[in-house]
Design a protein around this ligand. Structure first.
Ligand code: SF4
Ligand code: SF4
Length: 319
């Protein structure tokens, strides 16, 4: 290792992360997430995870990053802006969450994390580390909040005063001792826009998401049929849902990303509802083969389209 202070290591890593295009980088000590894990257990106990049983697994790994990466001392959290220059949700077609407009973020960010670790090794020395993107055992928002990158809003997402919430979170868990950033305060104030705007009433209380009622869960995670009572409530969303972010004042002034790989797929920009309904498997793959839409595949999207087109049952929804 080069002989630098933890503060100097932190500064170097922050600089490298910026050079790689990450918008923010924050550091937290790798230790047990006691309070956060207790909250998660309570959430699971209420069944808010729906059919996402993978969230119930790996409890020990999730509680303590040292169980995930032996010898871990620090959790480096990184934010990468994905806010598109244009919101396609207003173009009259079926709606897709902004994070899925371009190339699959897992690919993009995994590559960047790998480069980040390489660069750290070149500049600092023999550092062990493991990168995570959207990985169940890592409580990403909680780590990013501990690293001072934002606060967890009433919509349960991490909010950053400059970026809003349209960003990806990635972690690099490492054995390097760093200088740590503390959590910051909550800037939601008295606002309740996200809670009020959710069309499926998925927030039983501020800061708690019943994922089993969320459009994002229904359209992407749920393998079975979408349950009765949610007809007419999806507002044309067929892959994810951005409503509780679109209404958030912190997203109003966020600037667009500068990553060419996150530019929207051309097909997404031009396809009408009719085009979606008539889309065949081969064309779908040609258009979206490298995108996160492959997660549900065309079959999943067609199921979602069929749901979106259903009219509410007589007497309205069941709530
Ligand atoms: S993503 Fe949509 S459905 Fe889910 S909580 Fe937010 S507004 Fe509600
Ligand atoms: S909409 Fe308002 S309450 Fe919801 S996350 Fe944004 S600032 Fe917080």
């Amino acid at each position: 290792l080069s002989r630098l202070s933890p503060q100097q290591y932190s500064e170097r890593i922050r600089r490298i992360s910026r050079e790689l295009g990450f918008d923010y980088c924050g550091f937290a000590r790798a230790e047990a997430l006691e309070e956060e894990s207790a909250k998660l257990d309570e959430w699971l106990g209420r069944g808010y995870q729906g059919s996402m049983s993978y969230l119930e697994r790996n409890r020990d790994l999730r509680t303590d990053p040292r169980a995930l990466v032996p010898g871990a001392r620090s959790v480096i959290s990184l934010l990468y802006n994905y806010k598109p220059a244009a919101d396609l949700a207003g173009n009259g077609s079926y709606k897709v969450a902004k994070y899925a407009y371009g190339e699959d973020y897992h690919r993009v960010l995994r590559g960047l994390l790998k480069t980040l670790l390489q660069r750290i090794r070149e500049e600092i020395g023999e550092v062990e580390g493991r990168g995570f993107v959207d990985s169940a055992p890592v409580m990403e928002r909680q780590w990013a909040a501990r690293g001072g990158l934002g606060w967890i809003g009433k919509n349960t997402l991490l909010l950053n005063r400059n970026l809003g919430s349209y960003f990806f979170i990635a972690e690099l868990i490492t054995d390097l001792e760093l200088e740590y950033d503390g959590p910051i305060r909550d800037y939601c104030g008295t606002c309740t826009r996200c809670l009020d705007a959710c069309p499926t009433e998925a927030f039983p209380q501020p800061g708690v998401l019943d994922a089993s009622r969320c459009i994002s869960y229904f359209t992407i995670e749920l393998r079975e049929a979408i349950p009765d009572g949610f007809e007419g409530r999806f507002d044309d969303w067929i892959f994810g849902c951005d409503i509780c972010q679109d209404v958030c004042p912190w997203n109003r002034f966020a600037r667009p990303h500068a990553q060419p790989r996150f530019e929207p797929k051309e097909a997404l920009v031009v396809m009408s509802k009719k085009d979606w309904e008539e889309l065949g498997d081969v064309t779908f793959r040609n258009y979206f083969g490298s995108s996160a839409l492959m997660r549900t595949g065309l079959t999943g999207l067609k199921r979602n389209i069929a749901h979106v087109k259903k009219r509410p049952a007589e007497g309205g929804p069941d709530t």
